[in-house]
Each structure stands twice: as C-alpha cells, then as structure tokens.
Ligand binder design. Structure first.
Ligand SMILES: [Mg+2]
Length: 365
C-alpha cells in the first residue's frame, strides 16, 4: 500500500459570538478563532487517513513544512512502514530543528498513517496498540479568562456539564481563587504556561497552596529548564506537570531523569505523533509517573491521545478536553465527553473522520 497523496487543510473556526476569550497564553490579547491544521494521506488502494498538527499561529508554517518538506519524502513510500518511514523523515530533516513546525507536521503524518493502519486492519488504533479501556476520564481545559467573574461563570458551566476535574490557564491569584470558591470540591489544575523565573515560582507556590491544586503545570521559564523544575518540585508541596513543549524521546528521558515532574504531558500533535507518544509511556512507568497527554486540540490529535492512553495509560490517566466555545468542532457535534468521561472511538483507525461539511465551511484560504 503506497502513499499516493498528502493534502493539508488549514481550518479557522471562530468562537461563538459573545464568547471571545482573553487568550494571552498564545500571545493574543483577543483570540477570535481557533486555527488548526488537518493533514489527509491517501493511498493507492483508496484508503484515507487523517492527522492533525498543532496549529494556532503556527498553522501556516506547519502547512509549508508538510507541503514542501515532509510530503515529498512520503509520497511513493509504503504506508504500512510507519516507524521506519517516520524515522527516515526525522533524520532527513533534523538540521531544521527537533522541536519546531517540522516535528508538528511529522506528527500529523504519523497520526494519519496510524489511522490508515487501523482502517486497513478494520480495527481501532487502540487495539493495534494492545487493546484497552472503552472510555477514559477527562478534564475540562479552560481558556484563560483573567476576569474572575468570567472564570467563575465558566467553571460553573463546566461543573454543570458534568466535569469534576478542571484545568485553568490563569496567572493571577484572584482568578484562581474565584475558581476554587465556585467549585470547592472539584479537582483543580493550574497551567501558567512557563510564566515565572524559578525564584518567582517559589514565591507564587506559597500563595497557591491554599487552593489544593492537583497539579501546577509549566511554572518555570524556559520550558527546558528541567533542573529548575526539579528544584521547585522537591520543595513546593504542589505536584508538578510538564511536557507539552518537550519534543524528542531523548528530551523526555532527560525530563524524567531530572525528576522534574509528577505528571508528564507529551503532545501527540507536536512531538511526533502516535509512534513517539507510545515511547513515553514505558519511560514514565519506570518512575511511576502518570502520562497525562496534552491534547489542546479537537481533531485527530485528540483521538491520537485517546487511543494511546486507552492502550498504554495508567488507571489515573485523564484526557484533556479543550473547553472552547467554538461555532463547531472538527468532528461536528459527534464527539464529546459525558459526565467527565470520554469514549474511545470503536470504528476502524482513529474511529471518526473529520466532518467534510466543517472542512468546507471553515477552510482558511
Ligand atoms: Mg499546558
């Protein structure tokens, strides 16, 4: 089965009117829409697989990387040789960066090839990986609202929707306090997206202790400061999570060896797809660290995290569900968690294809 064609689909799905978010976490004062990049791989036998690369402001760069550098290395090659082909592509392009739009693009290709592998075998990907749970715990990952009253309203909405675990992307104390007051019994996580120096983080954790966080995510700048993170973790009394900005297997090994995290968060649409994601589970298991994949996206990247976690994750693993107010999602309304649990799609491959009408309506030109 030969890879015949690789196509890229940049999508821009706006927030519902009246629900714009202060999304400073991504460098925007006012994020009007979520951009994503879908990649479709077609084989000479007529099978099609879908992948996703981390998008937002990088969407155009990743698309160029796929169209100009990655796709030409894949077309004409055997679609069933996923790991050897992806290794070859990584080796061919390594001089252009090991944690970059290139790896995001390679991730999308890899996920699409796993989708094809499942479709060819008439089995869901999680079964190709060894089989596992039919559904998984998941948490609502809220965007940064900054305004405590908005935080409160959205925490309430997520609780009313059945979530018992919520992640905030707030930096300021009043916003975190508002969430804790609104949801005194919920499991709360806090992601500050590498906001602080180590010394600053030390001061902040003292103030944050009162909120009983399940984890504090990426407290230290820069994200590759694993020793700094480890120093904070040893003394701060709040479990530490990180990993969405870690790319290669060797870097994950360094993160784990530094004893920097309680929860490790590989991001399948950023760090190499399902092939690379699967390698993180055993190295995390060696230090009893739970893998909590980063999946702040709603397409094949999310399903990649679900299938790998279903097969390889520990009982306490949770899936990140991006709690966004978009006009629609890549799978339309078909796929969503219920009462804080998310189903593992049972169809062949990733189990669901992106909704063609969504692609038609929201394709960015
Ligand atoms: Mg994060």
């Amino acid at each position: 089965m030969i890879i015949a064609k690789v196509e890229t689909f940049p999508l821009r799905i706006p927030f519902k009117t009246g629900s714009r978010s202060d999304a400073a976490a991504w460098g925007d004062k006012d994020l009007p829409a979520a951009d994503s990049l879908l990649v479709k791989v077609a084989t000479d036998e007529g099978l099609e697989g879908w992948g996703e690369a981390f998008g937002f402001k990088a969407t155009t760069s990743v698309r160029l990387a796929v169209d100009e550098l990655i796709a030409p290395l894949c077309i004409g090659r055997d679609a069933t040789q996923i790991a050897p082909l992806m290794l070859e592509v990584q080796k061919s392009l390594h001089v252009f960066g090991r944690n970059s739009p290139l790896i995001f693009g390679i991730s999308a290709l890899d996920i699409a090839l796993w989708d094809i592998a499942g479709k060819a075998a008439n089995a869901p990907v999680y079964r190709l990986l060894g089989g596992g749970a039919a559904d998984l715990a998941c948490y609502a990952s809220l965007v940064r609202y900054s305004d405590p009253s908005l935080v409160r309203a959205n925490v309430r909405r997520a609780i009313d929707a059945g979530f018992r675990s919520l992640k905030l992307h707030e930096i300021a104390l009043p916003a975190v306090r508002a969430a804790r007051e609104e949801a005194p019994d919920a499991e709360l996580m806090l992601d500050v997206n590498c906001a602080w120096t180590l010394n600053e983080a030390r001061r902040r954790v003292e103030e944050l202790k009162q909120f009983r966080l399940k984890w504090l995510e990426e407290p230290v700048w820069p994200p590759e400061n694993y020793d700094g993170l480890a120093q904070l973790r040893r003394t701060c009394g709040i479990p530490i999570a990180a990993g969405e900005n870690v790319s290669t297997l060797m870097d994950f090994e360094r993160l784990m060896a530094a004893e920097a995290v309680d929860f490790v968060q590989p991001s399948p649409a950023k760090m190499g797809g399902i092939t690379e994601l699967c390698k993180v589970f055993p190295i995390a298991a060696m230090s009893n660290t739970a893998v909590m994949p980063h999946s702040f996206y709603d397409g094949p990247g999310l399903l990649a995290a679900i299938h790998a976690t279903a097969a390889l994750g520990t009982a306490d693993a949770m899936i990140e569900w991006r709690y966004f107010d978009l006009e629609t999602q890549i799978y339309g309304g078909l796929f969503a968690p219920k009462e804080g649990r998310i189903p593992v799609p049972q169809g062949p491959g990733l189990g669901i294809d992106p909704d063609p009408s969504v692609i038609r309506a929201y394709m960015r030109v």
